[in-house]
Design a protein around this ligand. Structure first.
Ligand code: PLP
Length: 395
């Protein structure tokens, strides 16, 4: 008999990963998340972060973070419902609701647990959740935690969505349609105006996950709802504070009623400690910076357009992206991973993304341009893309 502590069942699964050639070690970052970093001991241009605005190591955010630590310490000390709800948490929620142009915003410890906690709190048995097939894993997990039934519609396919709505309207009490605002693998934007119209026609609620839209789309990064001018017509406007905002955390913006209910029933708020003061201080500063000026989002879009057009003119296929997310579609899985590896050898880090994260035969490297990149860094990266592309006969 083998010893139970040896975890042999896991060892077998790990061996399977190795046999399939998908076993890997996590890359180790030895510097702050900047346009140029030291990764696994090598200096490279970073085209892989979600740090869209370059806020993750911004001096103003760092200063605000340190001030919050000096005054409030390093930990909130409890869940929000007991004694972890500090005045700075509530102040941040007020700034967030102003930024998002909604009545209220409810703060979570991460985007992931915001979806996990909110979706189950606002749905129940007798309801149905209707979800885009390409929605993020945290939405899928959130829906799994709910007692509501679930249905999927084809990616951004409004006929498919209407079909699902038609079939189910009379069978359920409440309907919740959920979509990513910006889809992270292709960079395309949800057809939110059409989704909202269908929702209103079939009396359904709408929920937008704006992880990649917050800080990117809309006036000074207010998000997809702002981009389309749909304020007041999307019930739950979820966002993360970990990507463009550069820190950590999540929130859902919407009505005061939503706020009241979540403060009683969102499980991550009842059972997990509140965000630490350092994060709250930095996030509040980031939002103030965005409300003062559009310079950060302007720079992001300027860089994204510059990089995309350069790659496009070399002949790379950058797909249907409408945002700074720039996929370079290679197709074949092995070739994609080889391309990513060769880019890294030549000093550019872009992660390769293949099946099952994206459909078979649509392997890509996903470039994430930020406001902090210089044109010189982007030019250097494009040069490396050209060299490696030619070497591999991709151009
Ligand atoms: C990253 C991401 C999340 C999770 O956000 P975290 O703040 O990193 O937990 C949720 N939804 C989508 C669409 C994301 O891309």
């Amino acid at each position: 008999m083998s010893n139970v502590h040896e975890l042999n069942f896991l060892k077998e699964k790990i061996q399977e990963l190795k046999d399939e050639g998908v076993y890997r070690k996590l890359p180790v970052l030895e510097t702050a998340n900047e346009p140029e970093v030291t990764l696994n001991g090598k200096k490279v241009i970073n085209l892989s972060s979600n740090n869209y605005l370059g806020f993750a190591n911004h001096p103003r955010l760092k200063r605000a973070s340190i001030e919050a630590v000096e005054k409030y310490g390093v930990g909130a000390g409890a869940v929000r419902t007991i004694i972890g709800n500090m005045d700075i948490h509530e102040e941040l929620e007020k700034v967030l609701s102003e930024f998002k142009r909604e009545e209220a915003a409810f703060l979570f410890q991460s985007g992931f647990n915001c979806n996990a906690g909110t979706i189950q709190a606002i749905t129940q048995k007798g309801d149905i959740i209707i979800s885009d097939e390409l929605n993020h894993a945290s939405i899928i997990d959130g829906a799994r935690l709910s007692r509501a039934d679930k249905a999927i519609y084809k990616h951004s396919d409004m006929d498919s969505l209407e079909q699902v709505l038609k079939e189910n309207r009379d069978k359920y009490e409440n309907i919740l349609i959920i979509t990513d605002g910006v889809f992270s693998m292709d960079g395309d934007i949800a057809k939110l105006p059409e989704i909202v119209e269908l929702a209103e026609k079939y009396e359904a609620m709408t929920y937008v996950d704006d992880a990649h839209g917050s800080g990117v789309l809309g006036e000074s990064g207010r998000g997809t709802v702002d981009h389309f001018g749909l304020h007041g017509r999307v019930d739950f406007s979820m966002g993360t504070l970990s990507k463009a905002i550069g820190v950590i955390g999540g929130y859902v913006a919407g009505s005061k009623t939503m706020y009241e209910w979540l403060s009683h029933r969102a499980r991550p708020i009842l059972f997990s400690t509140a965000l630490p003061p350092a994060a709250v201080g930095a996030i509040t500063e980031a939002l103030k910076m965005l409300m003062e000026s559009t310079e950060y989002t302007d720079k992001l879009w300027d860089n994204a357009k510059y990089f995309k057009s350069k790659l496009g003119s070399l002949g790379f296929n950058t797909g249907k992206s409408e945002t700074p997310i720039t996929p370079v579609i290679i197709g074949d899985e092995a070739k994609t991973m080889e391309f990513s590896r060769k880019l890294l050898e030549n000093g550019v880090y872009v992660s390769g993304i293949v099946f099952p994260t994206v459909a078979k035969g649509t392997g890509r490297v996903r470039c994430m341009v930020t406001a902090a990149h210089t044109k010189d860094q982007l030019d250097k990266a494009v040069e490396v893309f050209e060299t490696v592309g030619k070497e591999m006969n991709l151009l």
